[in-house]
Design a binder for this molecule. Structure first.
Ligand code: PGA
Length: 246
């Protein structure tokens, strides 16, 4: 089973465009070997609930760690009660960069989302790969800090997306070989923290310039459990091709 997460970011800016994209995806035959998750901007969620389908589930691109209260501008877990949301993307490099999210903030969000029985897609990745032969210690530190102090039982709902920043939106993806090394390294760190059984059970995805031409080279790796697709997931034709080529 391969997990495909479509992160629409802020590329889709109208309810009409969001509905059209969902309608197009709903027309496609999705392989039984694929679990598909669509993550539109939260503001379109209410409208999109009518377009729910068994072919995919919905995810959010971010969440706040408190459930309710004096938190101007935030979307909180209690607000999700009326919606069908299964996954939450957390720690995306664009939130680290533009919204100042630190590993400590991300850790609070991961804990809150897992406690609310949501599935978490934790994004990690280095800015530059200085030594192509080794995944930077930096990624290990991000994993350690973001996952500190979590009840290991809740980690069954954790997915980690390895997304090297230099590969996001640049058209220059990582090689499947190096992405696989990173996935192995991430599982090793989690095994050291929570035991080999937990580490082995964690799904690890690759993200960064995934498109219809390269998607199969990533998902065909045994140790890579799927992909997180950004820009290409908002282009109807390209995303349909991606779904065909998984
Ligand atoms: P991209 O983004 O596919 O546009 O490179 C991936 C991501 O940031 O999740």
């Amino acid at each position: 089973m391969k997990l495909i997460i479509a992160n629409w970011k802020a590329y889709i800016t109208s309810g009409k465009a969001a509905k059209e994209l969902v309608a197009e995806i709903t027309k496609q035959k999705i392989s039984k070997e694929v679990e598909l998750v669509l993550c539109p901007p939260a503001i379109f969620f209410a409208d999109l609930q009518k377009s729910r389908s068994k072919k995919f589930s919905f995810g959010l691109q971010n969440i706040f760690w408190e459930r309710r209260g004096a938190y101007t501008g935030e979307i909180t877990l209690d607000m999700l009660d009326d919606f069908s949301v299964k996954y939450i993307i957390l720690g995306h490099s664009e939130r680290r960069m533009h919204a100042g999210e630190t590993d400590e903030i991300i850790n609070k969000k991961v804990k809150a989302a897992l406690s609310a029985e949501l599935k978490v897609v934790l994004c990690v990745g280095e800015r530059e790969r200085e030594d192509p032969k080794s995944v930077p210690v930096f990624v290990g530190e991000q994993v350690k800090r973001s996952l500190a102090g979590i009840n290991p039982i809740q980690l069954k709902d954790l997915v980690v997306a390895y997304e090297p920043i230099w590969a996001i939106g640049t058209g220059v993806p990582d090689t499947p070989h190096d992405a696989l090394s990173a996935a192995i390294y991430i599982r090793k760190i989690i095994s050291e923290m929570y035991g080999a059984k937990v580490g082995a059970g964690i799904k690890v995805l690759y993200g960064g310039s995934v498109n219809s031409t390269n998607v199969s080279s990533f998902v065909n790796q045994d140790g890579i459990d799927g992909v997180l697709v950004g820009k290409a997931s908002t282009d109807k034709k390209e995303f349909v091709e991606i779904l065909r080529n998984v």
